[in-house]
Design a protein around this ligand. Structure first.
Ligand SMILES: [Zn+2]
Ligand SMILES: [Zn+2]
Length: 145
């Protein structure tokens, strides 16, 4: 037991300076319950919770929550945009080349930037976003000759 209670989703939205709407609450909960969901999956999760919302409203809420730092946007070069609720820990991702499944990889160092550029070109670098590519267990165990 700790003194501070976990804030509700609505309180978190308010704390981030966002207007609280049913769609935003449902969206944040959907993304946090999911595993690197794409926009379609998020929209259907929101509809399961609160009924019909337009795709436009889903995009609007995703944009607002990402800008506020409550969600993180992930753009694998080969696949659709995905969103996750795990933010601020500088973790990385491993993506399956075959089926596109995404998994989290903890940051090796624990803070950004965890990779030192061999040449920083004079930049003050504050982040390194790493995507590991390979085959997931299901795909690498797929029958071969
Ligand atoms: Zn796979
Ligand atoms: Zn992740």
């Amino acid at each position: 037991m700790t003194a501070s209670q976990t804030p509700t989703t609505a309180e978190e939205l308010r704390g981030a300076g966002l207007r609280v709407t049913a769609a935003r609450v449902a969206l944040l909960e959907t993304v946090r319950d999911g595993d690197h969901l794409g926009v379609e999956a998020i929209a259907s999760g929101v509809r399961d919770r609160i009924g019909h919302v337009s795709l436009q409203a889903v995009y609007e809420a995703l944009h607002a929550l990402t800008a506020a730092g409550l969600l993180r946007r992930l753009e694998p070069p080969d696949g659709p945009v995905r969103f996750e609720g795990r933010v601020g820990d500088n973790h990385h991702h491993v993506v399956c080349r075959s089926c596109g499944v995404v998994a989290d990889v903890d940051c090796a160092v624990g803070e950004a930037p965890c990779l030192t550029a061999s040449d920083d070109h004079g930049f003050a670098i504050d982040e390194a976003e790493v995507i590991y590519w390979g085959l997931c267990p299901a795909c690498s165990n797929a029958p071969s000759s």
